[in-house]
Design a protein around this ligand. Structure first.
Ligand SMILES: NC(=O)c1ccc[n+]([C@@H]2O[C@H](COP(=O)([O-])OP(=O)(O)OC[C@H]3O[C@@H](n4cnc5c(N)ncnc54)[C@H](O)[C@@H]3O)[C@@H](O)[C@H]2O)c1
Length: 396
């Protein structure tokens, strides 16, 4: 298993638990050392306990060096570069490392979310050049994208439907059989590698475009003087209409990134996807403008920094971006209430006007702004003496 992060480690443990001997390969020496010392280096509900249990069977170990194996999984990061094209250097370096030990008859499974044709146009040529082995005749190459959500990775690994797409039918069947030993076959769907690559990206692009529509429609509703959420609820009574929730922008490391992997491959025929990205990227700036326009004199309380409700993950969170911009543009004291963290993230520590406070203290501010619909904020009333700005429909 190349990559022992949020995807690679739980996947390793699922296979080790099923009786396979799994060697995790990661370039992060600290992660490897911690795992070999019995500790887990990332937080995911239930993972540490699961690790202890699986490790005691002696079927998992970690290393920084490539080791020969029957099956190689690639679960390394695939972020975007500043020019919005896919950063594939981690997949490339993992593939080169696999090339050092690849043998005829091996199976290579790309798990990382990747632009379409990555198996055929990137991985297969690297392996062919380095080893002379061909994916059609000598080894098997498959894409099995991951759909789990942070916070429920262990549960969703088992329960979600899973697409298995090989560069040949033989490869597809082989990976299908392998996954069938850890998940229910009713959840496994066979296809080709390019379809598998596209499917994963199509899912998140669908969500991005529909969130953009909801965000744009919400602004029109507000200009018309009506409540956007109320209007969308009524529109959703139509049996074939389903507006997603409008909000403060799109966060996390999947939805704002994956559409670019499609756009990169077909820039001339994807104006809608590009427009959706731009609408959603613009949203935090509009929210900041509204906060600065409407805030009462005195401290501004911001409720929530996470990229989605009820998790501690602040990566790529539009709420963090908004808090930073408000802190930069307003001299007022900014009181942040984020029940899932104990210290301010590094983006905010440098601002002397920003403090992490309890919900109780936050609610004493003359302006209270909700940016994340954490359950903890559901008891907050929208009626108050001060100004209450609810961008996520959480106040009671
Ligand atoms: N985290 C999620 O919720 C999620 C969900 C679906 C899909 N994905 C996709 O899964 C892939 C992995 O994501 P993640 O969240 O596990 O990332 P992560 O950052 O948590 O972990 C990636 C790991 O890969 C290691 N790594 C980097 N280069 C390496 C190399 N050359 N060889 C070996 N190890 C290397 C890193 O040190 C790190 O430990 C990405 O493509 C991501 O888009 C993630």
């Amino acid at each position: 298993m190349y990559g022992l992060g949020y995807i690679g480690l739980p996947t390793s443990l699922e296979f080790a638990h099923a009786g396979y001997r799994v060697v995790g390969v990661d370039v992060n020496q600290r992660a490897v050392d911690m795992l070999n010392a019995g500790e887990v280096h990332i937080f995911e509900e239930g993972l540490a306990e699961w690790y202890t249990e699986v490790r005691s069977a002696g079927l998992f170990s970690a290393t920084t060096e490539p080791v020969p194996a029957d099956v190689f999984f690639i679960a390394v990061p695939t972020p975007i570069k500043p020019d919005k094209t896919a950063e594939m250097e981690y997949v490339e370096s993992a593939t080169r490392s696999i090339a050092k030990v690849l043998q005829p008859g091996n199976l290579v499974i790309l798990v990382s979310t990747s632009p379409p044709r990555t198996c055929l146009d990137l991985i297969a040529p690297i392996l062919k050049e380095a080893t002379g082995l061909d994916h059609e005749t000598d080894y098997d190459l498959v894409h099995c994208p991951e759909r789990v959500i942070p916070g429920a990775i262990l549960k969703e690994f088992k329960e979600n439907d899973r697409i298995v797409g090989g560069t040949t039918d033989r490869a597809t069947q082989r990976a299908y059989d392998l996954y069938a030993s850890v998940v229910d076959t009713s959840k496994l769907h066979r296809t080709d590698s390019v379809t598998a690559e596209m499917c994963k990206l199509m899912e998140n692009t669908f969500r991005d475009v529909n969130i953009a529509l909801a965000n744009e429609m919400a602004k029109v509703c507000e200009r018309m003087g009506i409540d956007p959420r109320g209007a969308m609820k009524l529109a959703n009574l139509h049996p074939r209409v389903n507006y997603l929730a409008p909000g403060i922008g799109v966060g996390g490391h999947c939805i704002p990134i994956d559409p670019w992997f499609i756009i990169e491959k077909a820039p001339d025929i994807t104006p809608l996807m590009k427009a959706a990205r731009s609408v959603n990227d613009q949203r935090p700036h509009e929210v900041v403008e509204q906060i600065l326009d409407e805030a009462a004199v005195g401290p501004i309380a911001i409720l929530g920094l996470a990229f989605k409700p009820n998790v501690d993950d602040l990566r790529e969170s539009p709420a963090v971006e908004i808090a930073v911009l408000v802190a930069q543009h307003d001299d007022a004291e900014i009181l942040i209430c984020e029940p899932f963290i104990h210290e301010l993230p590094e983006e905010l520590v440098e601002y002397t006007n920003v403090r992490l406070v309890s919900l109780e203290e936050a609610l004493t501010a003359p302006t209270v702004v909700a940016l994340v619909a954490h359950d903890a904020f559901r008891s907050v009333s929208r009626q108050a003496d001060g100004k209450r700005l609810d961008f996520v429909g959480v106040f009671a």
